[in-house]
Design a protein around this ligand. Structure first.
Ligand code: URA
Length: 235
């Protein structure tokens, strides 16, 4: 079996992300560091470790939804010593986050130990929509909505189109729904930067057909079989 596939089956991350673990020298096979992406292992015999910890395949898969609050980093350990989403999660098994939200973004993120599931959710070819509620100061013009919908131009390059809907205006802040089906870094913040609007609050409310629902900030909940099947098509 290919090493990146084995790492992902052991719940390290999606297969693509596991490649980064390999190339950055964090993986050993039988005690020797392996950097080559095409490495094939014998999963019955070889001892594979990440950061010095020996891996084994999980007995069961776990799928959680988390309502991430602002001020938490989506990483196992933050180099700046900030709080991380794993401070909010109680689990006997080692989980990883599926994709990321910025430190100051809140809302829906999945945690799992199933690398194939993570791959389905995050791989651009599956085009699962992500919906954000965006609060900006001031009133927004129809022409600005049109620019966001068409795809803003950043450093001469057009960013992907977005579905943009007005939600509310309270005399000070405009609230919008923004739907994208790609996951470029800081994509929503960059879209609003490009039109000179400062985001006050960014919250992800939906991934594919799975919504945040009534999940309280900072809380986790197991995903239902129907929710998991939205991505795996297994039902
Ligand atoms: N887009 C952003 O800019 N930030 C996020 O956290 C998610 C999407």
């Amino acid at each position: 079996m290919r090493l990146n596939k084995y790492l992902s089956l052991c719940g390290i991350a999606s297969r693509r992300k596991c490649e980064e673990y390999i190339t950055s020298g964090r993986v050993t096979v039988n005690g020797k560091t392996v950097n080559a992406l095409g490495t094939v292992i014998n999963e019955k015999k070889d001892v594979v470790s990440v950061d010095g910890k020996t891996l084994s395949m999980p007995n069961e898969f776990v799928y959680l939804k988390l309502n991430k609050p602002k001020g938490y980093a989506c990483t196992k350990s933050d180099e700046k010593g900030r709080k991380t989403i794993f401070d909010l999660v109680e689990s006997d098994v080692r989980l990883f986050n599926v994709g990321r939200l910025d430190f100051n973004t809140e809302g829906l993120i999945f945690l799992t130990n199933d690398g194939d599931f993570a791959n389905m959710v995050t791989h651009p070819s599956f085009h699962f929509e992500k919906e954000y509620h965006v609060t900006v100061e001031g009133e927004m013009k129809e022409s600005e909505f049109a620019v966001l919908r068409r795809g803003v131009v950043e450093n001469g390059k057009r960013m992907p189109e977005a579905k943009v809907k007005f939600l509310s205006w309270d005399g000070k802040f405009t609230k919008l729904s923004v739907v994208i089906d790609e996951g470029q870094n800081h994509q929503v913040r960059r879209m609003f930067d490009a039109i000179g609007k400062d985001i006050k609050l960014l919250k992800r409310v939906r991934i594919g057909n799975v919504t945040l629902g009534g999940l309280y900030r900072g809380k986790t909940k197991s995903m239902t079989e129907e929710e998991i099947a939205c991505f795996t098509g297994a039902k």
